[in-house]
Ligand binder design. Structure first.
Ligand code: GLN
Length: 340
C-alpha cells in the first residue's frame, strides 16, 4: 500500500504502465521527501481502488492531484486481478489508456502494437544534462545500518553515471560516507576519470541495455582502473562491458518480494524492477555469478574480481522495501577503501 510514490518517480519506469496488484492505492498520499527523482516518469498507472482517504503526517498532496500535476494518466476501478492473470500467462503486454473515445478498437490495438521497448535508448531521455553534486541530507532518524551510522562523511568520492538514477541510491551511498558527483549518461570515460573518483557507480535506468552502446564503451574504458558498482541497468551495461549479452525476459521482475540467493548461500528478499537480464552463458570465465533470482534462476549479481567490479540486478537501495541487500553498498565502500 506504500511504495507507489517511489515507483511513480523511479526513472526506470519511464514510458511504462504499472498495474498495481495491491487493491488499495493512494492511502498515504504523496510527500516531498520520498521522491526517487524530480518528476513522475511512469507512463500510466492502473489501480483497483483509489483510496479516498489520505492519512499520513508527511503527505502534502493526494495521489490524483500529483498525477494531474505531472500529466501522468491514471485509471481506477479496473479488474486488476483479471489483468494480472492474463499477464501471468502472456508476460508483459503493450497497452493504451486513452480519453479519446472517438478512437476505434482497431486504432487503439494498432497504437499498442506500434510501441516497443526493444532497441530504444531511453536513458538519454531521463539522464541529467549537466554534472552536479549530491547534497541532500541523509536523514539520520531513518538510518538502520550501524556501518552507515559509523562511517566518516565525505571520505570517498563516487562518480555516478546517471542512467536515470534513483535518489535513494545516492542517499545510501552518502549514508555510507560517500561524496557523490552525478554525471550525464553520455559523459566520456576520460572526463569521469579526470574527476579522480575512488569508485564509479553505473546506475539503474529505463529500457534496453543493447540500445546504449556508448554507455558500454565508457564502462569498458573505466573497468580495471577503479572499483565499479552496477545497479540494474548498470549491472546490464557492465555485463555487456565484460563481454556478455543481455536479453528480454518474458516475465520482467517487479515488486518487493523476490528471493535472491547471494554468495554466502543466504537468501535476500529483494525489490526488483527490470525487463532485461544478463545471460550468464555468454560471460567470460573470470566473471562469477554471485546472486541468483530464485523465482526463475536468472542472473541477479556478478563480480569480476580482477577488474574490481561488482553488480546487482535488483535494488539494494529499495525504499520502501526490504533492506536485506543494503550490505552491497558497504561491500562497494570496502572495495573503494581497499583500492585507495
Ligand atoms: N531498474 C532498472 O535499471 C531497469 C533496467 C533495464 N532498463 C530493464 O528494464 O531491464
Amino acid at each position: 500500500m506504500s511504495g507507489y510514490q517511489e515507483i511513480l518517480t523511479d526513472p526506470s519506469y519511464a514510458g511504462q504502465f504499472v498495474l498495481f496488484t495491491c487493491p488499495e492505492i493512494g492511502n498515504v498520499g504523496i510527500n516531498v521527501e520520498d521522491m526517487e527523482s524530480t518528476k513522475a516518469h511512469m507512463g500510466g498507472m492502473l489501480v483497483r481502488h483509489l483510496s479516498l482517504n489520505v492519512s499520513n503526517y508527511r503527505s502534502s498532496q493526494s495521489l490524483p492531484e500529483y498525477l494531474e500535476q505531472q500529466n501522468v494518466i491514471g485509471i481506477s476501478d479496473v479488474d486488476t486481478r483479471a489483468i494480472t492473470r492474463r499477464l501471468r500467462d502472456t508476460g508483459c503486454l503493450n497497452g493504451v489508456i486513452t480519453t479519446e473515445s472517438d478512437k476505434t478498437d482497431e486504432e487503439l490495438v494498432a497504437m499498442a502494437r506500434d510501441w516497443t521497448i526493444v532497441g530504444k535508448d531511453m536513458i538519454s531521455t531521463v539522464s541529467c544534462s549537466e554534472p552536479y553534486e549530491w547534497t541532500d541530507p541523509t536523514g539520520e532518524e531513518w538510518e538502520w545500518a550501524a556501518a552507515a551510522k559509523a562511517s566518516k562523511k565525505g571520505s570517498l568520492h563516487v562518480v555516478a553515471y546517471d542512467f536515470g538514477v534513483k535518489h535513494n541510491i545516492m542517499r545510501r551511498l552518502a549514508a555510507f560516507g560517500c561524496r557523490i558527483t552525478v554525471v550525464p549518461a553520455t559523459m566520456p570515460a576520460a572526463e569521469v576519470l579526470a574527476l579522480k573518483p575512488d569508485g564509479v557507480l553505473f546506475s539503474n535506468g529505463p529500457g534496453d541495455p543493447s540500445a546504449v552502446p556508448y554507455a558500454v564503451d565508457n564502462a569498458k574504458e573505466i573497468l580495471g582502473k577503479l572499483p565499479v558498482f552496477g545497479i540494474c541497468m548498470g549491472h546490464q551495461v557492465l555485463g555487456q562491458a565484460f563481454g556478455g549479452e543481455t536479453f528480454k525476459l518474458k516475465f520482467g521482475h517487479h515488486g518487493g518480494n523476490h528471493p535472491v540467493r547471494g554468495p554466502t548461500g543466504a537468501v535476500e528478499i529483494s525489490s526488483q524492477n527490470h525487463n532485461f537480464a544478463v545471460d550468464p552463458k555468454t560471460l567470460p570465465a573470470d566473471v562469477e555469478v554471485t546472486h541468483v533470482n530464485l523465482n526463475d534462476g536468472t542472473c541477479a549479481g556478478m563480480i569480476y574480481p580482477a577488474l574490481k567490479a561488482m553488480t546487482i540486478q535488483y535494488h539494494p537501495e529499495a525504499s520502501p522495501g526490504p533492506h536485506d541487500s543494503d550490505g552491497s553498498f558497504e561491500t562497494f565502500v570496502e572495495m573503494m577503501k581497499a583500492g585507495k
